[in-house]
Design a protein around this ligand. Sequence first.
Ligand code: ZN
Length: 430
Amino acid sequence: MQRRKATFKLYPNASQQKTLEEWTRLHCELYNAGLQDRIEAYRKAGISISYYDQQNALPEIKGFRPELAALGSQALQQTLRRLDLAMQAFFRRVKSGESPGFPRFKSAARFSGFSYPAQAGWKLFQQGSRGATLRLGSGKNAMMIRARGQHRFAEFQPNDLTITRRNGQWFASVTLRVSDEVCARERSGDQQRGVDFGVTDWATFEDGTTIENPRFMRRELPKLAELQRQRARKKKGSCRYKRLTKRLGQIHERIANLRRDFIHKQTAKLVETCAVIATEELKPKNMSGSAKGTAENPSKRVRQKAGLNREILSAGFGMAHQMLAYKAVEAGTRLHLANTRQLKPSQRCCACWELTPKTLAERTHVCQHCGHTMPRDQNSAAVVLIDAYVISERNTPGTGVAVRSKPLARQRAKPRSKTRETPTTTALAV
Ligand SMILES: [Zn+2]
């Protein structure tokens, strides 16, 4: 069994939108009240309140706040669970010696939404290839919200539902549990490829072919900058300020959508044509480059640039790795993630396997030992591909890392139930 997420865009009418806003506000209120409760109990009596204490208090709360009943008890419980997770994360980080911020009270405007952990209180009806209707609530007060979206597993009923609001738009994400056979992708080729993900070219292969980096962000930068300039002249919190904020959000969202679409298509193409894909494990630290500039030439707007770096680099590569991982499983492709520290693919020579130290700026690999010359990224791709073979020949782990990580905190914290035994697929590979 595999779990797959599908997201639908919602098109609520005016009154439905009002209800969604209202429900989000109530969920937020519950979250804040739960937090308040925990803080007070601890301050006054030194007691820590558990999730179950709060869950058991829900019926009583619903007694004097009858408007909460329409939200569904499971959804309310889920919001309390969300608070519990925030607290757990806080204490875990304190324990491990970090200095995390205490979970905060949230404003209704920033509260992202709410979820239903099981198939109760809602139903999704698929119509045709893209159309859908989401029923929220039950009885005569149920809302039928128009939705659009598509996934590969049309005949499967989703398991849980999360409603989120982003830039004033509403989305419904559902989790589907599908069998391995249904997830399977057909593979059209048996190539064996090494790939190096980078900034100049999005991907470089061991034979020197590349996939250009589309740089969706860069194309929109002048427009973003102009809007930001305009907004800086407006009074904070004014109508015009808000309008510009909304437009900025829309552009950022469009960039994110384009990027996600690009990565989906490229990773799908890769796993469908390859029997083996070798690449480096993810190393976000190396990537976030020079936002601060150098000592002689410090760059301005460090934070903005850092933000940009983050967006262009880590988001894209993290996403690509995740998608490669689960799609490789679906296509039966072996994904090899080389251990960067041990292997040093950018310094190792793919011809003689010796190391030639070089800086980030040196774009060509010239081997000190055998004289082999090759573009830097192509050499790295070739090195990780060879590394993938070390595994199969000697039948040892080589430098490859097992990417099957421990279950996510969210799943660990959830009480065990009979129906959900499969971890999410995003952290899954080989
Ligand atoms: Zn060499």
